[in-house]
Design a protein around this ligand. Structure first.
Ligand code: D41
Length: 685
């Protein structure tokens, strides 16, 4: 079959057109709907078909063809572009009170007391850009710049796969004459990591964060380089549009409408109601923050109704109808004023950077641990350095990096001392360990202090009123050397201490007396055996039931316990073999001295436990023991201890100032028991 040149040409044109449409469709499925329906390889095959046809018919190439993303030419610089409408800035709030004030201003501005509907969006941490589509084709792209004019980054923007070179037109519909789309160019976490990995392998400098990486990538003079960078885009507003175009009536609907034109919009956008709805969204996004594929630094709320937006208008360069609610900054810079060396409970020497106070991640930070010498060497933190401090979520603040450009003259690398700064004993590094350890053992006052602090702490023996400062005073005054000495303290000795009044002394003696009644798990935890935390202590208590059995256990017996590995087993075994530890434990348990004791579960069969199968609720303040101790004691008697009173409750143990639980128990006819009765139960066991 022969073709006239004209038919052949129009057939090719149709084939090219069909391929372009298919590629645009798949691009949209991939970037806008996050739901591709062909493989990358199949996409590449279509792409190559189009390239081949276009190469044979260069006269058919158009600027909006998917093959034309990289123009090739290197730019001499970026020219300035004046925005058709200014790109406004966004006001910030940092807490619920400020957000509520924003909501109230909107209500006042709209003269309404009704709940305002807002469009809530993630606040992407990237670069704001403006995209101009004329007759449906991307003709110009600019950075936000100062809001009035920005830089022409059209060549670079064209290389971003997520940004359509041509709008998707509705069936039979026509392209708007002018549509300006505004949004954020950003890099997602995985793209950022890959880019940095690649740069590291090529000996190039890593980017500090995705924001910088996105900005650096968009400011490349060679679009071919930008094309290799994993940039993404989400639209969040429109700018100038042709008069003939009818926009939806709400911002939320506007974003959906943009999606229909083929523009990607964040999946996380949502409509919320009033300040309470905004705060709920903020909290939800804050907790999802680390799971999101991209970094956000807060959320943005926009009055949803476009008519209401118009009514509210602008103030200075920011709309009155929108606000960014920012997460507390997780990084800040400050100065290292000193590096101290702390000696821990087990003798570990830990370098701690003392910082000029800095507000970061929602709290004021004055210290950051430097962990050990390796860590100090790696970061090369020196006294006088300006450092970047990070505190994300509830994690301990850490020094991320030193700002070398700000390092003063004549600083020296920091080295941990060769001797314990407290007792002077040699500090040794155990093979296979990063830590330097003071070899002074319990002769070292620092280790003694830490051990006694641990013994008295809330989750151990819970000695109320025995704070860190007081323990330091007692050790420094040579009044105590071991935890057992605490129980030999007299009122007179306490009163000799600075800032110790009669009432405090009596309270402390009462707290010490109360701490004698504890549980085996707490006691094991309080001993401060290396790597035996609360959970391990509980496992050991449940397994051995009697302290004597644990003390006598050899390593094999210890390792037979679920979850106890060889290292912990060795720590436990070694601990109980030390004569010093044996002596302290004997003193702690000696009824004539400290008299620490705990309820031992009856060894008779379970059914014979005094409170077997009974449900008990505790309420009010107990005089002779803490709530936790009472709970453990009741459980040892076979009771189930519940937090709330119901018809299923067998006993309510009511301490002083019992409130609503007591009233409820009375109304349900639950047996009410006082502290004396509780004591009797414990004694009978
Ligand atoms: O995600 C963002 N970074 C974001 C920025 C967003 N989701 N919405 C925004 N909305 C606006 C208005 C309300 C002015 C249209 C913005 C920004 N502005 C913005 N980005 C940089 C300056 C202003």
């Amino acid at each position: 079959m022969t073709h006239s040149p004209v038919t052949q040409h129009s057939e090719v044109a149709a084939a090219i057109d069909a391929l372009r449409q298919q590629l645009r469709y798949h691009n949209q499925r991939y970037y806008v709907f996050d739901d591709p329906d062909i493989s990358d390889a199949a996409y590449d095959a279509l792409f190559r078909q189009l390239q081949t046809l276009e190469a044979a018919h260069p006269e058919l190439i158009t600027r909006d063809s998917p093959t034309q993303r990289v123009g090739g030419e290197v730019q001499a610089g970026f020219s300035e572009i004046k925005h058709r409408l200014p790109m406004l800035s966004l006001g910030n709030v940092f807490n619920a009170a400020e957000l509520t004030a924003f909501d109230q201003r909107c209500q006042r501005g709209l003269a309404t007391v009704d709940l305002i509907s807002y469009c809530a969006e993630p606040k992407l941490d990237g670069l704001a850009v403006s995209l101009i589509y004329q007759q449906g084709v991307l003709t110009m792209a600019a950075t936000r710049g100062d809001g009035e004019s920005g830089e022409d980054v059209t060549h670079n923007i064209r290389t971003i796969g997520a940004i359509p070179l041509a709008l998707t037109l509705p069936d039979g519909g026509s392209a708007p004459e002018l549509l300006e789309v505004r949004g954020e160019v950003f890099m997602d976490r995985s793209g950022f990591q890959q880019l940095n990995l690649q740069r590291q392998q090529q000996g190039e400098k890593r980017f500090v964060n995705p924001r910088n990486a996105a900005a650096g990538s968009l400011r490349q003079l060679d679009p071919a380089i930008t094309a290799t960078r994993p940039l993404r885009f989400y639209a969040y507003a429109v700018g100038a549009v042709s008069d003939t175009l009818t926009l939806p009536s709400s911002h939320y609907a506007l974003l959906q409408w943009l999606r229909q034109w083929g523009l990607p919009v964040a999946a996380e956008i949502s409509q919320v109601s009033g300040a309470a709805g905004c705060l709920a969204y903020f909290n939800q996004m804050q907790s999802r923050r680390n799971q999101l594929p991209f970094e956000i630094d807060g959320v943005v709320f926009k009055v949803d109704s476009l008519a209401a937006q118009q009514q509210l208008g602008f103030q200075a360069r920011a709309p009155r109808w929108a606000i960014a609610h920012k997460f507390a900054a997780e990084e800040a810079s400050t100065r290292v004023v000193a590096i101290d060396v702390q000696v821990g409970r087990t003798g570990t020497l830990t370098p701690v950077a003392r910082l000029e106070p800095v507000y970061v991640g929602g709290v004021t930070v004055t210290n950051a641990t430097l962990h050990n010498q390796d860590e100090v060497d790696r970061k090369d933190v020196r006294v006088g350095d300006t450092v970047v401090v990070r505190r994300a979520g509830d994690v301990i603040p850490e020094i991320v990096a030193v700002v070398l450009a700000a390092r003063p003259h004549q600083t020296a690398p920091f080295r941990l001392p060769e001797n314990c700064p407290v007792c002077g004993a040699v500090a040794l590094r155990q093979p296979g360990e990063a830590a330097l350890r003071c070899s002074g053992g319990l002769y070292c006052p620092a280790q003694r202090k830490e051990q006694i602090k641990h013994f008295a702490s809330r989750r151990a023996l819970d000695i109320e009123g025995l704070g860190d400062k007081l323990i330091e005073q007692l050790v420094d005054a040579d009044l105590i050397h071991t935890p057992a000495d605490l129980y030999g303290l007299s009122r007179e000795q306490l009163l000799q201490l600075e800032r110790m009044g009669e009432k405090s002394a009596d309270n402390l003696l009462a707290a010490l007396a109360q701490s004698r009644q504890t549980t085996l798990a707490r006691f094991i935890y309080a001993l401060g055996i290396r790597e035996v935390g609360e959970r391990t202590a509980q496992i050991l208590a449940d397994h051995f039931i009697h302290l004597e059995a644990l003390q006598a256990a050899d390593q094999e017996a210890l390792q037979a316990v679920a979850e106890i590995g060889p290292v912990v087993a060795e720590n436990i075994h070694t601990f109980f073999r030390q004569p010093h530890n044996q002596a302290v434990i004997a003193q702690l348990l000696d009824a004539a001295q400290s008299g620490i004791h705990w309820p031992t579960p009856s060894e008779t069969r379970q059914e014979h436990l005094l409170l077997q199968g009974k449900t008990v609720v505790l309420t009010g303040t107990l005089q002779s023991m803490s709530r936790d101790t009472a709970k453990a004691a009741l459980q040892a008697l076979g009771a189930k201890v519940s937090g709330s009173v119901s018809a299923k409750t067998d006993y309510l143990v009511a301490g002083e100032a019992a409130g609503s639980k007591l009233t409820k128990a009375e109304s349900l006819g639950v047996t009410i028991v006082d502290e004396a009765q509780l004591q009797q139960w414990l004694e009978r066991a």
